[in-house]
Structure formats: structure tokens, C-alpha cells
Write a protein that binds this ligand. Structure first.
Ligand SMILES: [Fe+2]
Length: 157
């Protein structure tokens, strides 16, 4: 099955989104040396997510994967991405302190979970299923690790 043009666009938007998150977290790792390890880990994982989604895209083109866009539209994802662009723009100017940086990351990871983006893919291939599980579960883990740091900071404040 060939990907419909819209589905193709959505998957590309998902890749862009992961790359932007990786860039954002990478910036925070430099801006906040005290939490550098934490942000760097997130940044690396987002980069890996982008590569994993690229693989899904290739699998979809080979007919190995089924993608049901459901309520996800290119419009929704455009809105997500422009919000992320604004965050990134502010971040590059160091407009966030550690608290607001964590808040932004948390909001964004939450919206990804709420959209349940990776449950829109399905496949008969175990390999693809494993990849989808990684993407979904690591998004949840991100939220948990961000919350832990938020709690540490609240405890210190
Ligand atoms: Fe991700």
C-alpha cells in the first residue's frame, strides 16, 4: 500500500517535531549545565525517535505498516510545530529559566501523549511493533523524568 499524500506529510511532520525537540533539549543542556546530563539524554532520545520514525516511513512505503491518521491532521501538526518553533525561538534567546524550561517540556510531552500519536500506526511486523512501543513508552518516560526534576527543584526552592 502506498502512503497517501497526507499521511506522508504527517509522518514527515512527526520527524520534524522530534528533531526540533532534540534541538530544544540540546540547547537546554548547554544553558543549564547543572542539569546538562538530564537534558542531553532527552535530546539524544528525541534524535533517535526522529530516526525511528524515518524507518517507519520507509516501512510504510514498502507496505509493511498501516497508518490510520484518525483525528490527526496536517493542520493539527502544523499548529504543534508552530508552537514548538516559538518555544525554540525563545529558548535560543535564553528567555527560559530552568523552571519554565521544564514546564514547556512537560506541556509539550503531555500533548504528544494526549494525541497518542504512535497508536495511529499498526503493523503485522514485530520489528515495527517494537519500534512503535519504544516511541510510545519513551514519550511517557520523558514526562516522568521531567516531573522528577521539577520535584527536585520545587524541593530546593
Ligand atoms: Fe520523541
Amino acid at each position: 500500500m502506498e502512503l497517501k499524500a497526507d499521511q506522508e506529510k504527517i509522518i514527515k511532520q512527526l520527524i520534524t517535531q522530534e528533531e526540533m525537540l532534540s534541538k530544544l533539549y540540546g540547547h537546554f543542556s548547554e544553558q543549564f549545565p547543572e542539569y546538562s546530563k538530564f537534558w542531553n539524554q532527552l535530546s539524544k532520545e528525541e534524535h533517535r525517535h526522529a530516526r525511528l520514525i524515518q524507518k517507519l516511513f520507509d516501512a510504510a512505503n514498502r507496505g509493511k505498516i498501516f497508518f490510520d491518521e484518525g483525528k490527526i491532521t496536517t493542520y493539527t501538526l502544523n499548529a504543534f510545530i508552530s508552537r514548538l518553533e516559538q518555544i525554540l525561538h525563545k529558548a535560543m534567546k535564553n528567555e527560559y529559566d530552568i523552571k519554565t524550561a521544564l514546564g514547556c517540556a512537560m506541556d509539550y510531552e503531555n500533548s504528544l501523549i494526549e494525541k497518542n500519536i504512535f497508536t495511529h500506526f499498526d503493523s503485522s511486523s514485530d520489528n515495527v511493533k517494537r519500534t512503535l512501543n519504544i516511541l510510545h513508552s519513551e514519550t511517557i518516560t520523558h514526562r516522568e523524568s521531567i516531573r522528577k526534576v521539577q520535584q527536585t527543584i520545587a524541593g530546593n526552592g
